[in-house]
Design a protein around this ligand. Structure first.
Ligand SMILES: Cc1cc2nc3c(=O)[nH]c(=O)nc-3n(C[C@H](O)[C@H](O)[C@H](O)COP(=O)(O)O)c2cc1C
Length: 405
């Protein structure tokens, strides 16, 4: 039997490996006995595409599921409380609280979680070409069964083998166009490229962001990407002339090499919808990697199009009227292809397929996750109130604030 401290440390290690957009690692933790409070550092997550912190909200759901998988393997259920600070853009606001609860442990429901614990450490993005394949029936059923963990989120899969109709060609073109859009504006590319590490030593020192070899790009492309990192506004001119064509064709190759698309749906943009989509995606991504399938999120077509339905400070910078129309109609293309209703939100999309393992050097690194321990019982003896406690926790956390490279 593990001690509470040992379980907390096992959870911290697993959460450290949980993914974030661009590997920006924006979360920090405060443990109070069996309760873990999660804070979000908006200075790390600030990114023109992280519209209203939407990407961080999905990443938080993935983190919450990581907590639940490890908690369950230690015979604890999990209580989730969305805090008032959820989605707020200041690092003093707590976003979520997760608690270990022995009374809500349901062994039967979570039987397969024990196998997922070691797989959490192996989960990763693979942005290379895959070797096709298809999702066999047994795996498809496992994936579909995962909705028993959620109230709002659900998943739908398209196996390309079963669906060679023209709807998918339209979908493929749209996905490729949306992936290319990431290169359409200097403002977007400069936020993406700040996380690209060109030297191995930089990736090893910062332990965040992405080394270029993880991005599925060829060594021959490095000088042009370095040039664009330095002068991102060149893209405003180069995109319509050459870059768009190249990016569309590269993405189509990647999709054609895949076996399937996995989509994640929710009814609204409430906190629990983001958390549940992240949670469901975490389970499925981890399982797919465990049995030899590569996974790459395709956020530009899905998450981004959904977030562009919201008002946001960068809306005008992000999309011309024409582009906004494209985002709106992306949702309809996804709904038609996956046979979903008008009110259903395609919050996230993955491609997957059978693939070779990545080289160890292509696996992204992690910083030590900032974590603090406090004890309410001691604080209660001193007569400190809950808001004061949270304030104290956020102050403690800021002492350890990681520096952005
Ligand atoms: C909300 C979210 C959105 C992401 N979107 C994309 C994406 O559009 N394309 C992509 O290649 N990777 C995407 N990623 C993957 C991250 O870049 C990746 O998880 C992170 O760099 C850590 O690497 P790892 O997953 O290999 O551990 C996304 C991850 C998250 C959590």
């Amino acid at each position: 039997m593990k001690t509470l401290k040992e379980i907390q440390e096992q959870i911290n290690l697993a959460i450290q490996k949980s993914p974030s957009a661009d590997n920006c690692q924006p979360f920090s933790l405060v443990w109070d006995d069996k309760a873990l409070t999660i804070f979000h550092d908006d200075s790390r997550a600030r990114h023109i595409l992280n519209v209203n912190e939407g990407a961080s909200k999905i990443a938080l759901g993935m983190l919450a599921e990581t907590f639940r998988i490890v908690a369950n393997a230690n015979e604890f259920g999990t209580e989730i409380i969305v805090k008032n600070g959820f989605g707020k853009r200041n690092s003093e606001s707590a976003w979520l609280q997760l608690s270990l609860n022995e009374n809500s442990f349901q062994e039967k429901l979570f039987e397969s979680d024990k196998e997922l614990v070691p797989a959490i450490q192996q989960r990763h993005v693979n942005r290379e070409s895959y070797e096709g394949g298809f999702i066999p029936l047994q795996l498809k059923s496992w994936i579909e069964e995962q909705v028993v963990f959620t109230e709002k989120a659900k998943t739908k899969i398209i196996n390309f083998m079963d669906n060679s109709d023209s709807k998918n060609n339209l979908l493929f073109n749209r996905i490729a166009e949306n992936e290319a859009y990431l290169f359409s504006k200097g403002d977007i590319f400069s936020d993406i490229s700040k996380w690209i590490r060109f030297k191995r030593s930089d990736a090893e020192t910062s332990k965040d962001g992405l080394h270029w070899s993880q991005l599925g790009i060829k060594i021959i492309d490095i000088p042009s990407i370095m040039l664009l990192k330095k002068f991102p506004n060149l893209l405003n001119f180069l995109y319509p002339k050459v870059v768009k064509k190249i990016r569309v064709s590269e993405t189509k190759k990647l999709i054609n090499s895949s076996s399937s698309l996995v989509s994640f749906w929710c009814p609204d943009q409430s906190p629990m919808s983001f958390i549940e989509v992240g949670a469901l995606a975490m389970r499925i991504w981890t399982k797919l990697n465990q049995i030899g399938y590569g996974v790459q999120p395709l956020s530009a077509m899905s998450l981004h199009s959904v977030l562009m339905q919201q008002e946001s400070e960068n809306k005008a910078k992000l999309a011309t009227q024409e582009e906004q129309q494209l985002f709106d109609s992306n949702l309809d293309v996804l709904r038609q292809t996956f046979d979903e209703s008008q009110s259903s939100m395609p919050l996230w999309l993955f491609r997957t397929g059978v693939t070779k393992s990545l080289k160890p050097s292509q696996i992204s690194l992690r910083k030590d996750i900032p974590v603090q321990y406090i004890t309410t019982t001691k604080v209660k003896e001193l007569g400190i109130t809950q808001p004061e406690l949270e304030q104290a926790a956020s102050k403690l956390k800021n002492l350890d604030k990681p520096k952005l490279q």
